[in-house]
Design a protein. Sequence first.
Length: 332
Amino acid sequence: SAASSSDDVVLVTGGSGLVGSALRYLIETQSTGSPFGRRNNERWVFLSSDECDLRDIDATRGLMRKYGPKRVIHLAARVGGLFANMSSQHTFLRDNCLMNDSVLQASHELGVEKVVSCLSTCVFPDKVTYPLTEDKIHLGPPHPSNFGYSHAKRLIDVQNHAYHDQFDKMFTSVIPTNVFGPGDNYDLEAAHVIPGLIHKCYLAKKNNTPFTVSGSGKPLRQFIYSRDLAKLFMWVLREYDEIDPVILSVGEEDEVSIREVADAIVQAMEFTGPVKYDTSKADGQYRKPASNAKLVRLMNKTGYATFRFTPFEQALQESVQWFLDNHDKGAR
Ligand code: NDP
């Protein structure tokens, strides 16, 4: 339907990224008015850095004036792998601080009613008792490997409380666990574990070499499918009314080992060669479980009790298929 000035605009920063593109997919595929679909009077705008560098607050103000959003989902961030973070702590700190400040302050000045920003589980203290829960964010310093990024992300929660305290704003945040899905970054240098392993398995199949997984395969992680995460963002946008963040994750009982990830990739890729575990490579922490109890409790309370996460194998199959369909077309 044609947009009109009476439409409620939802502006999504970082709309071209992994999570943003999953939200766009949801908006394009769910029927209007369904629980996770667009509402009739909503107009969704997905931004990339091409349209506006959000580190520039004046450009961000101009953008907000242009679209007049009622609500903002703020996903844009400078994200990177371990090496990039370790070698550029200041860039990760500053770029993210600038982006977050521009988006929140311009939203405040232009009367945006609700902003949902995105933290990450790396905001939690390095030394912490597990499982991670929403009340533990500020209990100690984050892991030193990406302290720049982590502190910038933590500060969003502080900013949200300050905007609420002084101006009564409804600015909140969410904490997703490890995200994967179509449109992920499959670059071998920068990729997270799932897209990295998908790419490696693809190359092993193509070159008739063993599929080598770094480490023992034993560590456990909680992975969330980007298209499930998009649905949870929809729920947060419509139903969540606390300033404090909420963890968006599968349950602790749904942790998956790296070996299970590799096995599922082998299945999806129909790889028949040998799989090897390179135990000379570090495993990282064995587990770092996060609790989704708050999410489940509040979803049940607000009438979303029927929500189910996509089975891991199916989500992985869809991600592998996306990679196969897009890899040779110069996907990022
Ligand atoms: P991506 O790296 O896939 O996407 C980042 C997005 O931010 C892109 O749309 C990018 O635009 C945009 N962006 C980056 N710099 C700027 C800038 N200076 N101005 C405007 N836009 C900019 O990230 P994800 O989708 O993976 O992550 C989304 C959010 O979720 C982030 O806040 C991230 O911290 C958080 N998160 C991600 C997790 C994960 O496992 N992926 C886990 C937990 C949290 P362009 O495409 O034009 O470069």
